[in-house]
Design a protein around this ligand. Structure first.
Ligand SMILES: Nc1ncnc2c1ncn2[C@@H]1O[C@H](COP(=O)(O)OP(=O)(O)OP(=O)(O)O)[C@@H](O)[C@H]1O
Ligand SMILES: [Mg+2]
Length: 162
């Protein structure tokens, strides 16, 4: 899946993020990639609105990780993890956060400056690329979904076959 969108206001970006949140499932990871001020945090705000997370969403400048409590469509509690890796200097800082909980747990994880993760980024993920348009309030937002490629295992290599 690859979609290209253009928005011309903060409100439109939030609305796009709310609509995008409709396809998110528990355990999903969303990598947000884009220069300073392109709207990554606003996109997170929109996703949080969709999950009715009431807490104040902010770019965690000094904190790497924020957590918000929201609700899914069936009113079950849903945890949203919001990471901002702008200031992360070493992957050790991410290991220290216990990244497995949010990458492979049953909440939703949104990561600003996700490119800092390198190989730690799960292969099943969404990527949201934000960039500036011609006018101050224009943004180009490309949303892509990556899934682990299903490589068929030849029968002679399957476990249990002689
Ligand atoms: N179409 C638009 N979509 C999103 N934000 C917009 C748009 N037009 C203008 N803006 C402004 O751009 C800024 C985006 O800020 P935001 O904090 O979301 O960016 P960011 O990518 O998270 O930045 P940082 O890299 O510093 O974390 C806001 O001030 C917002 O009002
Ligand atoms: Mg931000």
């Amino acid at each position: 899946m690859r979609e290209e969108h253009w928005t011309s206001s903060e409100q439109e970006t939030r609305a796009l993020a709310r609509a995008f949140a409709g396809q998110l499932q528990r355990g999903d990871v969303v990598a947000l990639v884009g220069e300073l001020g392109t709207g990554k945090t606003l996109f997170v705000k929109g996703v949080c609105e969709a999950f009715r997370a009431q807490q104040h969403v902010s770019s965690p400048s000094f904190i790497i990780l924020n957590r918000y409590e929201g609700k899914d469509q069936s009113d079950r509690e849903l945890l949203i993890h919001h990471l901002d890796l702008y200031r992360v200097k070493s992957l050790d800082e991410i290991y220290d956060l216990g990244y497995e909980e949010f990458f492979y747990g049953d909440g939703i994880t949104l990561i600003e400056w996700a490119e800092q993760l390198g190989d730690l980024l799960p292969s099943k993920r969404y990527e949201v690329h934000l960039s500036y348009g011609e006018f101050d309030s224009h943004r180009r937002i490309v949303i892509e979904s990556f899934r682990t490629p299903l490589v068929p295992v030849p029968s002679e290599k399957r476990a249990g076959t002689p």
